[in-house]
Design a protein around this ligand. Structure first.
Ligand code: NAD
Length: 459
């Protein structure tokens, strides 16, 4: 970092207190500039994502560029009406008077992003922070160096440098930033670093949104549409080679449909990536050798009956084949940590209460997917997770009307659409009395038994 963290934050604080970032015009202009930055430089961004993650062109465009552009444009379109004061009703004792809620920017905020969707997971929190009128420090992930360097350079060209700063670097740079006082921090990544962020934030009483991960299950009951279930699980598991926070981590299949579901999953892989997925231009790579090795260890440690598909791992090429493992025991290593890779363990159950009990005995997941007719609502009622889908996967993330965030170990707080605007806004309660109003004698000492009786009646 050429400029110290202290200077960066000090500079942004000066910009924020000058009022530069507050107008709706500035917010809209920055949001549209962000959308333009991503659209204008699509080819370069796609190339950087291919270098870092071997991201297939379609997935990189849809998951990183398209989704970010549409979020920034959506916020630009609506921020004018969201930023208006909300009026609040007043009970009798507070009349005559007027109550309102004013959405104020929080101030100087920090966005820390991970590597798996290195554009989307930086651009969408940034857009939310801009929509609320904040000055923003963005910290892209060092794990995807080509993409991080590119978006940092582009941000310098397209966005207001007085109020939006990208800081590249690793642990040292993030640590230096976390020593500063921010008015809000949104962190996306793993829970271990999430705790470091929360501790640093607590020193300044800075509120946070922590977007973490976890083991998101899919449950497929005996009355599910298996063709749909297999197709939608395949989409969530093997897009971005399984490196998606809301990917299906593992599948619970009812014993009656287990074999058919597994056959259909195998067919889905073949249809999508052919007989040799290594040669498919549509199947990504693991982000680095360390993560490839980490996933390999989970597979090598066993705790399952059979690898029915895939299993090939090439550490140097960062390649792990789409892999399906059956007869998985709940005690298997694959069931201990978030897999975050293209290996799908399948467990079987006889009664829907079994996966429900397992989910409730584990950390709350970021997502839960249930493919069922009769028991779908029962599963939703008996469990919790950041978000959920019935008969689908990952779709809970895209509608801007839905909040995106975790619960418990999968994080806290939420953003997307208006939820992001609210996350990065302080809701200031304002009460106004008309000037002509005469002070009620009731609230004035000396207090008497009569005044107390009246007060008890009025309230
Ligand atoms: P990562 O390694 O890129 O880390 C994320 C950020 O934390 C980076 O900017 C990095 O510089 C910073 N960081 C790393 N170590 C640090 C330290 N010791 N002190 C301070 N900062 C530090 O990404 P990751 O954590 O490997 O990301 C994968 C995880 O993120 C998975 O668990 C996944 O489920 C989760 N995730 C969650 C979401 C979500 O929206 N909830 C989205 C994507 C990923």
């Amino acid at each position: 970092m050429t400029e110290s963290a202290e200077r960066v934050v000090g500079r942004l604080r000066t910009a924020f207190t000058s009022g530069r970032t507050r107008s709706i015009a500035w917010r809209r202009a920055q949001l549209l500039a962000l959308a333009k930055m991503l659209s204008d430089n699509e080819d370069e961004i796609l190339a950087a994502l291919a270098t870092d993650l071997g991201k297939p062109r379609f997935e990189a465009w849809a998951g990183d560029i398209g989704a970010s552009v549409s979020e920034a444009e959506y916020l630009a379109k609506h921020v004018g009406s969201w930023a208006k004061d909300d009026s609040a009703p007043l009970p009798l004792p507070f009349r005559p008077g007027r109550a309102s809620i004013r959405y104020q920017p929080r101030g100087v905020v920090l966005v820390i992003a991970p590597w798996n969707y290195p554009v989307y997971l930086l651009a969408t929190p940034l857009a939310a922070a801009l929509s609320a009128g904040n000055a923003v420090v963005c910290k892209p992930s060092e794990v995807t160096p080509a993409t991080s360097a590119l978006i940092t350079r582009l941000a310098g060209e397209y966005l207001d440098p007085e109020a939006i700063v990208f800081v590249e670097g690793g642990v040292d740079e993030t640590t230096a930033l976390l020593e500063q006082r921010f008015d809000y921090i949104l962190y996306t990544g793993n829970g271990t670093v999430g705790r470091i962020v929360a501790e640093a934030a607590a020193k300044h009483l800075t509120p946070t949104t922590l977007e973490l991960g976890g083991k998101s299950p899919a449950i497929v009951d005996r009355d599910a549409n298996l063709k749909q279930a297999a197709s939608r699980i395949a989409f969530a598991k093997w897009s971005n080679a399984g490196q998606t926070c809301i990917a299906v981590d593992h599948v619970w299949a009812h014993r009656d449909i287990h074999d058919e579901l597994v056959d259909r999953l195998v067919t889905e892989v073949r249809e999508r990536y052919g007989i040799n997925p290594r040669e498919s231009k549509d199947f990504g790579r693991i982000v680095n050798e360390r993560h490839t090795e980490r996933i390999k260890v989970l597979l090598d440690r066993g705790g399952y009956d059979e690898i029915v598909l895939g299993g090939e791992i090439d550490i140097d090429a960062r390649y792990i084949a789409p892999t399906i493992v059956t007869g998985t025991k709940p005690s298997a290593a694959l069931m201990s940590d978030e897999i975050f890779g293209p290996i799908l363990p399948v467990l079987s159950f006889d009664d829907i209460d079994e996966p429900v009990a397992h989910i409730n005995a584990s950390d709350h997941p970021l997502a839960l997917y249930v493919f069922a007719k009769k028991h779908a609502d029962g599963v939703l009622d008996a469990t919790t997770s950041g978000g959920a889908c019935v008969n689908d996967t990952m779709m809970q993330v895209f509608p801007p009307s839905l909040p995106f965030g975790g619960v418990g170990e999968s994080g806290h707080g939420a953003y997307h659409g208006k939820w992001g605007f609210e996350t990065f806004s302080h809701r200031r309660a304002i009460y106004r009395r008309p000037g002509f109003f005469v002070e009620p004698a009731l609230a004035k000492a000396p207090y008497t038994a009569f005044k107390e009786r009246v007060a008890r009646f009025v309230y």
